[in-house]
Ligand binder design. Sequence first.
Ligand code: ZN
Ligand code: ZN
Length: 290
Amino acid sequence: MQKYLKIIVDGFTGYWSYLTNELLYPSWHNYFYWLLGLSLTVWVLEIIFPWRTTQAVVRKDFWLDGFYMFFNFFIFSLIGFNAISNVGVNIFNDFLSLFGAKNIVALKVHTLPVWSQFVIMFLIADFIQWNIHRLLHRSPRLWQFHKVHHSVEQMGFAAHLRFHWMETVIYTTLQHIPLAMIGFGIQDFFIIHIIAVAIGHLNHSNLGISYGPLKYIINNPRMHIWHHAKDLPDGRYGVNFGLSLSVWDYIFGTAYLPVNGRDIQIGFSGVEKYPDSFTAQMLEPFRHKK
Ligand SMILES: [Zn+2]
Ligand SMILES: [Zn+2]
C-alpha cells in the first residue's frame, strides 16, 4: 500500500516537474514543442494547399480543438491520470509476476535491434488500437464517449485530439495488458508517439492527399474523412477504423471509400444539437447513463 501511495505522490510531483521542464527547455525529446511544431506545419500546409478551398483558415471549433489538444496531451496527465495509471501499471505487473506470467509470450523483444522493436511495437500497438476503436463504435455505452470526437463538423488537423479523456483511460488500460504480456513495458517510445501524432494530424487535416500506393498501408485524410461520415453504409456501425495504419481495414473488409469524400457531411445524426463547449462535452456521456 505504502508503495502505491508513494507512486501516486511521485506521479504528481514527477509530472509537474516534467511539464515545467518541457515548457522551459525546448529539445528534440520534447513533446510540447513537437506537438506545437507539427500543428503549425500541418496548419501552414492546410493554408497553402487546402482540399476544401471554401473552408475558413480558422474553421469552426478551431480554438476548442486547440484546447482539447493541450488538455488531452498535458493537463489530463497533470490532474492525476499519470499518477493513477502508474499505480495501475504497477499493480498489474505485480499481479503478473505473482504467477511468473510477465512477458508471457516470451518474445524476448528487448534482445532485438532497436529499429525492429520500434516496428513490432508500432504494428502491434496500432492493431490493438484499431480493435479498441471498433469497440468504441460498437458498444453503445462507449460510443457516448467517442461521440465527442465525432462531433467535429469541419475537419482540420486539431480535430485529431478532440476526444473525451475517458478514451485515454480506455486505450491505455486495454492496450497495456497485451503489450506487457509481450514484454513491452511502458518504455517511452518517443518516436512512435511523434509519428502517430503526425499521421493523426494529417488524417484530420484539410489536405487532399493519400500517399499514392502507400494508402493501402498508411491512413490518410481521404480515407479518414469517411470514418467521420454522417451517413454510414446500411447495417454498418462504422468504417475505416484505422488510426495510423489503414492496412487493417483493407485486411478485415472495413475499408470504405465510395467516391471522393471532400465535401461529404460529417458528424452523426443530431450533431447540430450536440453541446459545443468543452465542459458540456465532458459531461455529456455521463448524462446518458442507462
Ligand atoms: Zn471513430
Ligand atoms: Zn477522427
